[in-house]
Ligand binder design. Structure first.
Ligand SMILES: Nc1ncnc2c1ncn2[C@@H]1O[C@H](COP(=O)(O)OP(=O)(O)O)[C@@H](O)[C@H]1O
Ligand SMILES: [Mg+2]
Length: 255
């Protein structure tokens, strides 16, 4: 059997300050090259899962493990996880006042290259890569000159994230609520961008509480999340079943 790209084993997570356990034994495996979706109602712990995988402070892992391409990432720093090929796009992206998007992208790309022992990209090469990737996402030069995410619309924030993903070429992408705040046109641009990045050596985990995103990004597997664990897994039709039956039908199911 080949090594899965992402393996989450019996993951338990609690909020450090409060002591409340939010994740109660998550088991999930994403094979290489596959796109999986996590669906679950608000408050079921989906974002907590993405924060815990990213290594965010305040989220304490009390049990279990997370393996990226066969290696545990739990002892790695946030930047080491990125260098190892993990990319996370959050529901609420951070704003970086005073730093032009272009400058941020160059720093992010070069930090990753450095951590991998590669040479830094020169400005002309970098500009060429950014322009190519940006064009496909309807991102113009003006947007690249603005401070990252500051005053960006929901759609612009999401397109900026997909641009980062295109440039950093991660092997495991986790996208949390990529559809929130997007109108239909923006949703199409973002999903086309994500679909263009699908490939045999890249896996994705798409987290959403709406089924509609999955009409555009058709997943290989769907996992239903309730009360801090995966309660049901199936193919893409499970998303439609959820839409028609509602989350209540899956409450209280044993994992
Ligand atoms: N930093 C935090 N402090 C306190 N409670 C939190 C924190 N983060 C998440 N929670 C709680 O954990 C639960 C799961 O939240 P979240 O992971 O955001 O769910 P989802 O993304 O599925 O809507 C909620 O009850 C939420 O209030
Ligand atoms: Mg969330």
């Amino acid at each position: 059997m080949t090594t899965p790209m992402l393996e989450i084993r019996d993951l338990h997570v609690r909020i450090e300050d409060e002591g409340t356990e939010i994740l109660k034994g998550v088991n999930l495996t994403v094979p290489r090259g596959e796109v999986h979706a996590i669906m679950g109602r608000n408050g079921s712990g989906k974002s907590t899962l993405s924060y815990a995988i990213s290594g965010r402070e305040g989220y304490e892992i009390t049990e279990g493990d997370v393996l990226l391409d066969g290696k545990s990432i739990l002892d790695m720093e946030v930047d080491e996880r990125a260098a190892a090929g993990l990319f996370l796009a959050f529901q609420y992206p951070i704003e970086i006042p005073g730093v032009a998007t272009m400058t941020f992208l160059k720093a992010a790309m070069n930090a990753q290259r450095k951590a991998r022992g590669e040479d830094e990209l020169g400005t002309p090469e970098f500009m060429k890569e950014v322009r190519n990737a940006a064009a496909g996402l309807s991102i113009d030069n003006e947007m690249l000159k603005r401070a990252l995410n500051v005053g960006f619309s929901g759609g612009e924030k999401k397109r900026a994230e997909i641009l980062q993903m295109a440039l950093l070429k991660p092997k495991m992408c986790i996208l949390d609520e990529t559809d929130s705040g997007l109108d239909i046109d923006a949703l199409k641009v973002v999903s086309d961008g994500v679909n263009a990045l699908r490939g045999p050596d890249r896996s994705m985990l798409v987290i959403t509480h709406y089924q509609r995103l999955l009409n555009h990004i058709v997943p290989d597997r769907v996992h239903v999340f309730a009360d801090g664990r995966v309660v049901e897994s199936g193919d893409k039709d499970l998303a439609l079943e959820l839409e028609s039956k509602g989350y209540a039908a899956f409450d209280g199911k044993a994992a």
